[in-house]
Structures are given as structure tokens and as C-alpha cells.
Design a protein around this ligand. Structure first.
Ligand SMILES: [Ca+2]
Ligand SMILES: [Ca+2]
Length: 309
């Protein structure tokens, strides 16, 4: 059995190294923006079979929306999580593109996702799993030792993969494992722990570090890439923050379960409410071609789509 245990870890490490090396080439190959505005009239993707959608990631190179479906409770290792591919028209390309119930695939409660090169990384309770970005083939997994509730993933300005641990158990009680981890050659290492982070959930990189929003706070934090102390960017009108995306001009868009809203932090620091009346808005996606916000509704099994001006 020893070779079947160690091999995925080796593959996973190799993927990170290879994917990082490919990042520049991939960015250069992204097609020009020829479809701006298309799909702007689509406001909801519903009744297609989504089950507890937690996150939407826009795959710019494929022009496709990738949706993680927990399918059940967020911490149940039930083997039934799945990942969908949905076209920006709302058409389902594949509902169970990656299916935890398929032979040879392990996926329990997928949440945040990130792409490096041709690898799609997915957080799954206490593991980060890797799949091929276009085929969905499993490419291994790496456990985060001691983690209880891995949540969002992002690629830092340093090219490394980061993941949050929201530090909650199945009853949503605190476990104390709250952390922001960074994957390096030797695995995941915590770069911030409680009390510097409080139930960290959504993360997004900027040029100088990582922006973090938490489920136990309404404060948006910035962690410098050099490991220095975090600074507070803004305090939002409500907490239970989940997703965060950053648009091309540096605007931040953040979802709040408590506020049932999407908040905007403008580049000058001004806070405003841009969408209201959303029950359990989870981890956001941003369609960079059409400038659309993609909002999975955790309890509503649908994705709301909004133009943000
Ligand atoms: Ca599940
Ligand atoms: Ca989340």
C-alpha cells in the first residue's frame, strides 16, 4: 500500500512546480475580450441540479463557470461532492463533471477553488485536491495537518497556493484551528493563526499580499506577502463574510450571510452595498470578460448573476 499512499503527494508537489512554471504562458494565451456584454441579461442559473453550491470560479481560458457542490453538510465525508461546468449562457456543459461518486474520484464537500496553469485545486474539508483543469482527471491530494474546515483557495502574488481553515466543526462551533496556510515545497504551513484571523473564509490575492474575509467578523484584513502584521482595510455593515473577489481596478466585492448582501470596497476605501436580499451568498466568482458577479446561493441551489457598476 505504501506506494499508493505516497504517489499522490509526489504528483501533487510536481503539479504545483510545473503549474507555476506555466502561469505566464497561460496568461498570454487567454483569448482577447471579444464577448464583453454578452450574457449580461442572464440574472440567475437555477433548477439545473446544483446541490449546496459553495463556490463559482470563472475559468478565463475556457470561458466557463466552474461550480463546487458540497451536496450535503459542509463537513461530511460522504463521497458525493461534485463539480459542475456551466457556460456563461447558463447552459450546463456537465453537471457532474467531477463526481465524488465516480470510480477513482474522491470528493466529499468541495468548497473554494483556484487554477494554476492546467490544474484545478479544490478544498475538501481537510484536503486540497488537484484535478486537470480541462479533463477533470484526478491528480492527487494533499492533506493539511490539523485542519478542520478548509474553505477558500487563492494563488498569491508569489505564485504559491493559499488556503483558509475556517476552524469550525460540524455544529459550526469553533475548533481553534483558524488559519491561513501557504503551500510550499514541504507542504502547507500556517502563515497566520488565531487571533490574527477569526474564522477566515474568503481570500483573494493582490500585488502585495492576501485579502482575507472571515465568518466571525465584519472586518476585511490585508496580510502582506512578507509575513508582516495584518492591517484592517475596512469594516463592513454586517459579518458572516464568505466570498471575496477583486476586479481589475482593485474594487473588492464581498458576500455576507448576516447582511444577505454583497458589499463593495472601492479602491479609495469607500464601502457600499451593491446587492441585497440574498440568502446565504457563498464564495463569489467574477467573470472577467463580461464583468459579471457570480453568486452561489448555498441554500437556494442556484447562482445569481449581477452586473456591478
Ligand atoms: Ca457531500
Ligand atoms: Ca467559502
Amino acid at each position: 500500500m505504501s506506494h499508493t499512499v505516497s504517489r499522490p503527494t509526489f504528483i501533487f508537489a510536481a503539479i504545483i512546480a510545473t503549474a507555476c512554471a506555466q502561469t505566464d504562458d497561460d496568461a498570454a494565451s487567454v483569448p482577447a475580450d471579444t464577448t464583453a456584454g454578452a450574457g449580461a441579461s442572464l440574472t440567475s442559473i437555477a433548477d439545473i441540479g446544483l446541490e449546496t453550491p459553495e463556490s463559482v470560479l470563472y475559468d478565463e481560458a475556457s470561458d466557463i463557470y466552474i461550480v463546487s457542490n458540497i451536496n450535503g453538510n459542509p463537513l461530511d465525508a460522504d463521497g458525493n461532492g461534485f463539480i459542475s461546468r456551466i457556460r456563461p449562457t447558463g447552459e450546463v456543459e456537465s453537471l457532474k463533471w467531477i463526481d465524488g461518486e465516480a470510480e477513482g474520484v474522491t470528493l466529499n464537500a468541495p468548497k473554494g477553488m483556484a487554477i494554476i496553469g492546467d490544474t484545478l485545486f479544490v478544498s475538501d474539508i481537510d484536503n486540497v485536491r488537484a484535478f486537470h483543469r480541462t479533463t477533470g482527471a484526478p491528480l492527487g491530494a494533499r492533506a493539511v495537518s490539523g485542519a478542520s474546515f478548509l474553505n477558500d483557495l487563492a494563488v498569491g502574488s508569489d505564485g504559491a497556493l493559499y488556503v483558509t481553515d475556517t476552524g469550525m466543526d460540524a455544529t459550526f462551533s469553533a475548533t481553534g484551528t483558524d488559519a491561513l496556510h501557504r503551500f510550499g515545497a514541504s507542504g502547507a504551513q500556517a502563515v497566520a493563526t488565531a487571533p490574527a484571523v477569526a474564522a477566515p473564509n474568503g481570500i483573494v490575492a493582490d500585488d502585495s499580499g492576501m485579502i482575507v474575509v472571515g465568518f466571525a467578523s465584519s472586518v476585511v484584513q490585508h496580510f502582506p506577502a512578507d509575513g508582516g502584521a495584518p492591517t484592517d482595510i475596512a469594516t463592513l455593515p454586517a459579518g458572516q463574510l464568505d466570498g471575496v473577489v477583486r476586479t481589475s481596478d482593485g474594487t473588492l466585492l464581498i458576500s455576507s450571510w448576516e447582511g444577505q448582501a454583497i458589499y463593495r470596497i472601492s479602491p479609495d476605501g469607500q464601502v457600499s452595498t451593491v446587492v441585497e436580499g440574498l440568502e446565504a451568498p457563498a464564495d463569489l466568482g467574477w467573470d472577467t470578460r463580461r464583468h459579471l458577479l457570480l453568486i452561489p446561493l448555498f441554500n437556494g441551489n442556484r447562482i445569481e448573476i449581477r452586473e456591478i457598476h
